[in-house]
Write a protein that binds this ligand. Sequence first.
Ligand SMILES: NC(=O)c1ccc[n+]([C@@H]2O[C@H](COP(=O)([O-])OP(=O)(O)OC[C@H]3O[C@@H](n4cnc5c(N)ncnc54)[C@H](OP(=O)(O)O)[C@@H]3O)[C@@H](O)[C@H]2O)c1
Length: 392
Amino acid sequence: MQAITLLGATGSIGESTLDVIARHPDKYEVFALTGNLQIEKLAAQCLRHGAQFAVVNDAAGADKLRGLLKDSGCKTEVLFGAEALCQVASAVQVDTVMAAIVGAAGLLPTMAAVTTGKKILLANKESLVMAGDLFMRAVTASGSMLLPIDSEHNAIFQCLPADYSQPELSGISKLLLSASGGPFRGWSAQQMQGITPEQACAHPNWSMGRKISVDSATLMNKGLELIEACWLFNVSPQQVEVVVHPQSVIHSLVQYRDGSVLAQLGNPDMRTPIAHALAWPDRIESGVADLNLFEVARLDFERPDMQSFLCLQLAFDAAAAGGDAPAILNAANEIAVQAFLDGRIGFAQIPQVVDNTLSGLGISEPDSLHGVQESDQKARHHSAKYISQIEL
Ligand SMILES: NC(=O)c1ccc[n+]([C@@H]2O[C@H](COP(=O)([O-])OP(=O)(O)OC[C@H]3O[C@@H](n4cnc5c(N)ncnc54)[C@H](OP(=O)(O)O)[C@@H]3O)[C@@H](O)[C@H]2O)c1
């Protein structure tokens, strides 16, 4: 029986994870569930899945959750705050941690799970983008098992040999990272001027949280995934090629020196990579329908348009620059996306904010999580100030 802490249980990945777990009560039990604003949903999840602990961000949320659980006779113990998130991620009773908090808020609890040697199911790509070097060193030091949940990285993981620590020796020449192209594939920069948050969040193939949906629309998500892939698979940005594949059936590919290209295919449903990582190296039922190739009928591929989708180019540049450039990129993007969702800036201004922040701040080489957080805060401050000058 695997005991699981689910960081970000109330989100899109959290819900999909609970769906898979509920199909296998003989294999998985919930130790802790965490949420932020969706207290009623978290209460319902505690009741349904019998969590020992639930964590929210503040005392008011905790009081509300305690009240809801008491009325239902539920025994879940409620905690709150950043320290409590780290506690439930590192508790001795826990085998596996699903890291599915969105954004930089996921960094510390995910690191707490890594340093205590848990099996990590990594959806929170922002942890690796911000602190890739420290993160991967901590994985090696603790012997933690790291399994990617992003469908692209999970696909690559499935197509790699068991030992891929030295890609050249394994005959790997390139990782081909699939991208759907998002809802604005084929649009010019001019056409993208008046895009609304509702349009940006309506992804053609995937159902996701609002932040990652906007990131998918700007292609920043693909840029963050590029950086994530470099850390996970020990490759340089030049060894990763983004391939726009609108059907989202091939989730990514690995090209080998002998001309072979291995791909992983499936319906676009996050329960497949979640089930794969939960059960690895076994396979379990996920609830996802079988892929019907006759219905898919055709598979298309295009190069990404880096001129219209500047965020992808900015991410490639930050990956090549190294140091804290990816952390600055990530922080500026989080601030810009929130400002766009709040109606304060336009869609086309998201890359403008990120670019201004990257070029306005020098690059440093943080050697601690504290240093990474300083870079993150500096970038948030800079981008918020810039937004106040350009907002609509
Ligand atoms: N959705 C996908 O298909 C997908 C695919 C690949 C990777 N990912 C990655 O998985 C992560 C989660 O994505 P998602 O789509 O599931 O996001 P989401 O639906 O927005 O859910 C985010 C979760 O994080 C919690 N949260 C938000 N801010 C928080 C904070 N400051 N402190 C603590 N918890 C906080 C939310 O709580 P409340 O909802 O209660 O406020 C929710 O449980 C992201 O890093 C994303 O890039 C997602």
